[in-house]
Design a protein around this ligand. Sequence first.
Ligand code: ZN
Length: 85
Amino acid sequence: MIQLLKKYSIDCDTNAHFCDKIQYNEATPKEIAQYKMHVFICKLCKTHSALNTELSKACSRARLTTMPKTAKDDLKAKLEKEMNN
Ligand SMILES: [Zn+2]
């Protein structure tokens, strides 16, 4: 049992990385299991995870969008034109 825990144990930096991957649905089942096990025993990462979840929810509610590539290219062309005058 202890060997299994050692095999699946990760440090806080790795856990933060897995937390981000989970938020973006990019984590493997093994990474999710390691993350859950680490959060269960690490109070610091548990707090980080809760804040990360809140941030993701806030971004989702804000319905953030990015500028379309065509609009970016138009803006870039206008700026370059202005800078050359
Ligand atoms: Zn931790």
